[in-house]
Design a protein around this ligand. Structure first.
Ligand SMILES: [Ca+2]
Length: 718
């Protein structure tokens, strides 16, 4: 998988760095790697000037020293040449036209270690020292790993912090309960390349964590970028607990239950092992942000020790739980990171849990129950899922001007599955010509029952009271549903969390719903059955605050030191609904000068069809780190970011179109992701599989006042 993506990465290489008002002046360093990283002392550069201006009237400085004489005009009038004298660490090239600085390019020269890798094991004075019953920093591994394939030689450091054996875990009143003898520890890993680019990257993980990911840097949001090969130091951690240390999963019986303890059904609640740390306040705080804080401090300490100098810049890349943790860094630890990439962030866990649980319950409501166990998949078999996808695509795919299986004009899409009638012609004309999606009589292969349609509509709407009123959570957030999108009923959309497959349970049983009464009730109650929430009477049980609710819009200290944020979110994410992320983006924008001004420090990319962090027929492979580096180090704000996906259907005909949706295809497409509020449009000509055939357009002025949805759905105005 990595090789084809490298091709995209090369195309996206950091190069030009023109300032906004001098958009056509540019410096590039064609020979460097993606993020402007070299190992020698010389650098081939190329300088271009706007039409009508003379490239030979510019001045080029390297680290303040005039190096213009290194440049020579070529046949096209551009200047190129080789500058020398680059020093270890950051090298700044500045381009001046007369006295104005018109472009900047930062190039990092690789740095070598100052001490041996093994010596890191004997360091003392780590930031995290023993305290009370907790241990300090213990290095368990410090050894050089030889280069292999595209991975360069690096120093691998692993260690443990804040180990203690007097924690709490499990469910009181069950054999899982450990009231004072649970072991907790933060495990971390740092990979320090022998040729270092001066940058540090934190690599996030997901869910409730509990395992230590290898710090390769290869995660969602860095696709196509060989992180260690580009010289980044990378750190990862485990969220403050080891799943294997925790009590095993257990069945919790409701207080009034007297039957056999043999099944997981609607009356028995299974608390999975990975959730067992809910009862330890510190362990929850570790997972919320503390394990990230201490890992960051320790990684920076190791960098300083190993290379004899601190990092020039620090970057955070995460999705889901680590998208949330990235937000926590910007709000609580503004000194730790310069650039933060936060994907599909799980930043309002109580509210997101309610949205997730609402969806699962709507599927249970229409599932046959056998011996107390919902037959989830029977509620919406794969053929019905695909029928639903075809209906929404038939309704809205073409509204953006291109029938390609992707809805890029969501603002114009007003899909109501209860009244939708299939077309008799066009790409989706063969499915059920002229027939309504909702059955008017018996269920057939080409219609859905009113109950199925109703369930989908309710999942789109989100949690409501029995009288249909929208619910506001105790933290003040209007609860969101999952707005219809082309990927809504594709496998990584609603099905993965709420329906499952023939061989897998709906994900929300252990995730959102399983966590609701444990982590997100003000008074945790493992006997509360999250599959039967009473939305009229039980919302007050949900906590208004938690260390893992990271919704503060006051990020002034982070912005004051030049911090930048990139958010992305799948429009068919069936975990955290994207409207929560949009709400945060807009709330922060409002607090810091409005959406237009917010583009100076914050970007949001909404990815059509994409599920939670990836999945579906979507362009779910992208590199947000290179644009972030260019933003932080060269002052070039990201705009469209090219992404790829390899599950698209093949297109045929003139103009090229796709046929009915039949599941994942195997055609690769590249497309730009547009910075909110822009959306994508096909330029009208060219290969629909190539990003160059698309443009990002600003939203049309809003004429429609009315939606099926309430305020925070599809509300694209600014
Ligand atoms: Ca389309």
């Amino acid at each position: 998988m990595r090789l084809p993506l490298m091709i995209l990465g090369c195309a996206a290489a950091l190069s030009a760095a023109a300032h906004d008002d001098d958009a056509q002046y540019a410096i590039s360093a064609p020979g460097t790697t993606l993020t402007g990283y070299i190992t020698g002392t010389t650098l081939p550069v190329s300088v271009t000037a706007p039409t009508g201006k003379h490239a030979d009237r510019v001045t080029l400085r390297l680290n303040g020293k005039d190096v213009t004489s290194s440049l020579h005009p070529d046949a096209s009038g551009a200047l190129s040449g080789t500058v020398s004298g680059l020093t270890a660490g950051a090298n700044t090239l500045q381009l001046f036209a007369k006295k104005d600085e018109v472009a900047t390019l930062t190039v990092m020269k690789g740095m070598a270690p100052a001490v041996t890798c093994e010596s890191l094991a004997t360091l003392t004075n780590f930031p995290i020292q023993p305290s009370g019953t907790m241990g300090g920093t213990v290095i368990t591994t410090a050894s050089v790993v030889a280069a292999a394939g595209t991975v360069p030689e690096y120093c691998l450091v692993r260690g443990t912090m804040e180990e203690r054996s007097d924690g709490v875990a499990g469910v009181a009143g069950t054999p899982s309960y450990r009231p004072h003898n649970q072991r907790y520890r933060t495990l971390f890993e740092v990979r320090l390349p022998t040729a270092w680019n001066g940058r540090y990257m934190f690599q996030g993980s997901g869910g409730t964590e509990g395992g230590l990911p290898g710090a390769s840097g290869q995660i969602g949001g860095t696709s196509g970028l060989n992180i260690l090969g580009n010289g980044f130091v990378v750190a990862s951690q485990n969220g403050g607990h080891v799943n294997g240390d925790l009590p095993p999963s257990t069945i919790v019986l409701p207080p009034d239950y007297t039957g056999p303890n043999t099944t997981t059904d609607l009356r028995h609640i299974q608390v999975i092992s990975g959730n067992m740390f809910f009862s330890d306040e510190k362990a929850v705080r570790d997972w919320a942000y503390h394990a990230i804080d201490i890992t960051t401090q320790t990684a920076k300490y190791l960098i300083n020790a190993y290379y004899g100098r601190p990092q020039e810049h620090s970057y955070f890349v995460g999705c889901s739980t680590s998208g949330r943790q990235g937000m926590a860094m910007s709000q609580l630890f503004p000194q730790h990171y310069d650039g933060i990439v936060a994907g599909d962030p799980f930043y309002l866990p109580p509210d997101i849990s309610l949205s997730e649980t609402w969806g699962l319950e709507r599927i249970i409501e229409i599932s046959p129950i056998v011996n107390g166990v919902p037959q989830y998949l029977q509620s919406f078999p794969l053929a019905d899922q695909n029928l639903f996808t075809n209906a929404i695509l038939a309704a809205c795919d073409h509204l953006d001007g291109l029938v390609d299986g992707v809805i890029d004009n969501a603002a114009a899409c007003h899909f109501d599955p209860a009244t939708f009638v299939f077309p008799s012609s066009g790409a989706y004309g063969s499915i059920a010509p002229g027939q309504p999606l909702q059955c008017t009589g018996a269920k057939t292969a080409t219609c859905l029952t009113p109950a199925q349609v109703n369930a989908a509509k309710k999942i789109d709407q989100g949690p409501r009271t029995s009288s249909g009123r929208r619910i506001v959570s105790p933290d003040g957030t209007p609860l969101s549903g999952y707005p219809f999108d082309g990927g809504f009923m594709q496998p990584s959309g609603i099905p993965t969390r709420d329906i499952g497959t023939a061989t897998s349970q709906p994900g929300n049983i252990g995730l959102g719903s399983g966590q609701l009464p444990l982590f997100w009730f003000a008074n945790p109650d493992p006997t509360y059955n999250p599959l039967t929430v009473d939305y009229d009477n039980d919302i007050h049980l949900v906590t208004p605050a938690s260390p893992a609710v990271n919704n503060s819009t006051d990020i002034r200290p982070f912005l004051k030191r030049g911090g930048k944020l990139i958010f992305y979110h799948g429009l068919s994410d069936s975990g955290p609904p994207w409207p929560y992320t949009l709400k945060y983006f807009r709330d922060v924008a409002r607090k810091h000068g409005g959406v237009k001004h917010a583009g100076d420090f914050m970007k949001l990319y909404l990815v059509p069809n994409m599920g939670h962090c990836s999945g579906n027929n979507a362009t779910d492979q992208f590199d947000m780190l290179t644009p972030m580096v260019n933003w932080i180090e060269n002052g070039v704000a990201p705009d469209a970011i090219v992404a790829t996906g390899n599950r698209f259907p093949a297109a045929t005909g003139t103009p090229p179109t796709v046929g009915p949706y039949t599941g994942a295809g195997n055609t690769t497409r590249s497309r730009p992701l547009c910075a909110y509020p822009k959306t994508l449009r096909y330029s009208g000509t060219g290969d629909i599989s190539q990003a160059a055939s698309y443009v990002c357009v600003s939203p049309e002025r809003k004429h429609h006042e009315h939606h099926d949805h309430d305020d925070n759905h599809e509300d694209h105005d600014d």
